[in-house]
Design a protein around this ligand. Structure first.
Ligand code: NOJ
Length: 761
């Protein structure tokens, strides 16, 4: 349908504005406060049931959309047919202006009502220009930089025709075996909430109709990060205290930040698949939180309720999901097939269909798609935006801020800029692909700056390189198995030779980019393949080793922590990876990152997280007694605590005080001093413990942080105001309460700080 004709229908629709077809049910919750309510209602009033259900149907890109539909491809033909009938509301994985225009044209010009599609895509840490993986960004604790990174991702995605990203993932991750920890903000709900909000603001901006912004999608609602054993897609099982206080807060924060969409999740929680969970979606999200956007299922998750043992068949699954509040079906094909009959049979209230369609149409209006369905389709803008210089600068800045200095004995770092013989060892140092990490669908292979390339910017040292060990062998693409080399040590001799004659050895070891992400859990969180042996072999001939760890999760490397003098957590840092690492190694950037997840000493300690509960037997009562909470063969302590990260300078905390403000809130104050020799940034952290409560509280919880930059010798008084929001908690009925009693306050540079005071409320 041509644009003019489309507006004709639009005006016709307006005349039906009073007719709000069948939304009288008290169970639906979309309200009429949206500025587009009248337009949406009038459009709904002229839509057939099938067309409304069509809005709830999302298809993956299904053929080379700029060419003819392949003959004989039944699935593609069916999808094409549905698209032309107006039975498709959204598509994902169609990208690039030319392709998006082609599908949009069918929706707008060939269907009865010409309703535009909303085009979704997983722009998880960038589109073509990649930022660090989200877990790495979280290590920056820098909300401005994180927001900027999401803006870059939005600008490039929007320029390539995309309207909607399936990010941020806000699942709390306590288990580093779970491959998707790379996609979140780590283990803490307070930090996670701040980051979730920054990301939503970055993607959506202040005006969704701005063609450089896109709709965000908070996922995966809920509990997905608690997959048992860290195995992706596995069951999650936890109680209400954890649900309300740990899992839900980052989701709620994004509703407060006006996120436009949610995605539910693959997992079962307390026996109910999240996709079919009415309590989560209708009662909490759309009810208590008054979320006005729409919920998309995860890929095929409506159909997966059958193998879960919850739905009898596809029709039953569609009924359960629609009634539970899943508004859009991603790739199960079940809504389009069964919902109309389910409505006719009285099994799904038509009010639910109207409610879902209204939510989806509203977001399309907010994006400006009705005003101009092709507003994201501009080849000149696409060309000018993708990969532009300002984006490279933003992701480089983000990458530097994401690096965590885990250990730095004898000030081995920063490296001297001249007169040094530096041996660089390891596959990743010469690898332009792994630093891109997982979830980088639109980025071209081998487009990261490698560490060797980054270090070449410092030409006054003599660099030698040795592979040492090939980590992965064979194809390592998104769909194929990553084969790890478990036995080939033929490169060791050369590595030992270059290390022997070097002043300093930089070993760039870790995980292949595809070893984290969806479906990529690991039972071990060590150095894959023969890298540990390589590290130990090199150490025998040169102890001056800087270990640069590239990984999508914290790795448990107790031997390295004990023996290697300098360790840098460099994650997978995206397009500008090598430049960022080199600038940190040479001290042109003083690292300030702090770990957003606890690093265990051993996988047997998992789950290990700082904000755990106490037990009745937390400490050893007397030497040699066994009856207390501990392992016989491993310490209770982590290798690196949550919030840990060093700098090339040192920071001192003193003068801690808590004073009542007189209005029920308290002022925590202390002085932070840069006691070292160079300028640096510190993330000053505030933790609180509610010592005794009607539901036991964690031993401490992050309740504030500030990123402070200080010249050497300079001090700053830091203050945090703590009120009910920081002192209260959710009881097991989900009510937020604050109780009187003793509170302990800890401040410092990590969650392990013992610097504390207390006060009574
Ligand atoms: C499955 C993933 O769980 C989800 O996060 C992603 O957005 C969808 N696939 C679409 O790719």
């Amino acid at each position: 349908m041509k644009k003019a004709a489309f507006f004709g229908i639009f005006i016709l629709a307006l005349t039906f504005v009073a007719c709000n077809s069948g939304t009288g049910s008290s169970k639906v919750s979309s309200d009429s406060s949206s500025p587009f309510a009248a337009e949406v209602d009038s459009l709904l009033s002229i839509m057939t049931l099938e067309e409304k259900i069509g809005q709830m149907n999302q298809y993956n890109g299904f053929w080379n959309v700029t060419g003819p539909v392949p003959a004989g491809d039944e699935a593609a033909n069916k999808k094409y047919d549905h698209l032309k009938k107006g039975w498709v509301g959204s598509m994902l994985n169609v990208r690039g202006v030319e392709n998006v225009r082609a599908v949009q044209k069918i929706a707008v010009e060939e269907t009865r009502l010409g309703i535009p599609l909303i085009i979704g895509f997983d722009a998880i840490h960038g589109y073509k220009t990649l930022s660090p993986i989200p877990l790495a960004e979280a290590a920056s604790w820098d909300m401005e930089a994180i927001k900027r990174s999401a803006e870059v991702s939005a600008a490039e995605s929007a320029a390539s025709g995309i309207n909607w990203t399936f990010a941020p993932m806000v699942d709390i991750g306590r288990d580093p075996r779970w491959g998707r920890v790379m996609e979140g903000a780590g283990e803490d709900p307070y930090l996670g909430s701040k980051i979730a909000m920054a990301r939503v603001k970055g993607f959506q901006g202040d005006d969704l109709s701005d063609p450089f912004t896109i709709a965000a999608c908070t996922k995966h609602f809920a509990g997905y990060g608690f997959a048992e054993g860290g195995k992706d897609y596995n069951t999650a099982d936890f109680g209400s205290s954890t649900l309300y206080n740990m899992v839900l807060p980052p989701f709620k924060a994004t509703v407060d930040a006006d996120v436009k969409t949610f995605m539910n999740s693959f997992n079962v929680l307390n026996g109910i698949p999240a996709t079919g969970d009415e309590f989560l979606q209708r009662e909490i999200l759309k009810g208590q939180w008054n979320f006005q956007g729409f919920v998309v299922s995860d890929w095929g998750s409506i159909g997966e309720m059958i193998p879960h043992g919850y739905a009898e068949d596809g029709k039953h699954a569609a009924e359960l999901a629609a009634n539970a509040g899943s508004d859009m079906d991603m790739e199960s094909y079940l809504y389009v097939e069964h919902l109309a009959a389910l409505v006719q049979e009285g099994k799904v209230d038509e009010a639910y269909i109207n409610d879902a369609a209204r939510r989806i149409l509203t977001v399309k209006y907010e994006l400006g798609l009705f005003e101009n369905p092709y507003k994201y389709c501009d080849e000149a803008r696409e060309k000018a935006t993708i990969g532009k210089e300002a984006h490279q600068e933003a992701v480089l800045d983000m990458a530097k801020k994401s690096i965590v200095l885990l250990k730095n004995e004898n000030k081995l770092l920063p490296l001297k800029k001249s007169g040094q013989r530096i041996a660089v060892i390891g596959q990743f140092a010469n690898d332009k692909n792994s630093p891109l990490g997982s979830w980088r669908i639109a980025a071209d292979d081998n487009t990261a700056v490698s560490l060797m390339e980054g270090m070449a910017a410092y030409p006054d040292n003599r660099l030698t390189y040795a592979l040492g060990a090939q980590v992965s062998v064979g194809p390592t693409s998104f769909v194929m198995e990553t084969k790890i080399n478990e036995d080939d040590t033929s490169g060791f001799a050369e590595a030992i030779r270059v290390a022997r004659s070097a002043d300093v050895v930089v070993m760039n070891l870790g995980e292949v980019g595809w070893q984290t992400g969806e479906g990529r859990s690991r039972a071990n969180i060590d150095l894959p393949g023969v890298q540990q042996e390589l590290l130990e072999a090199v150490y025998k001939v040169n102890k001056n080793i800087v270990l640069v760890l590239q990984s999508g999760r914290p790795l448990a490397l107790p031997w390295a922590d004990e023996n290697i003098p300098a360790i840098v957590q460099a994650w997978q840092l995206g397009t500008q990876s090598g430049n960022a690492i080199a600038q940190v190694l040479y001290g042109d950037y003083n690292p300030s990152g702090k770990m957003p997840m606890t690093t265990p000493r051993d996988k047997g300690q998992i789950p290990l997280y700082y904000n755990h509960k106490s037990t009745g037997r937390p400490t050893i009562p007397a030497p040699n007694l066994v009856f207390w909470q501990h392992y016989m063969d491993e310490s209770n302590d982590p290798l690196y605590p949550f919030g840990h990260g060093l700098s090339y300078t040192e920071f001192k905390y003193d003068g801690l005080e808590v004073n009542a403000n007189g209005d029920g809130s308290y002022k925590v104050s202390f002085t932070l001093t840069n006691s070292g020799a160079v300028k640096g940034k510190e993330v000053a952290q505030l933790y609180i413990q509610d010592v005794t409560a009607s539901v036991t509280r964690p031993v401490r919880e992050l309740k504030g942080f500030e990123l402070v930059e200080l010249e050497p010798g300079a001090s700053k008084e830091i203050t945090f105001n703590i009120s009910d929001a920081e002192l209260g908690f959710y009881n097991n009925d989900g009510e937020f309460i604050v109780e009187d009693g003793l509170f302990r306050v800890f401040v410092g540079g990590s969650s392990a700080t013992q610097y504390s005071t207390e006060f009574a409320r």
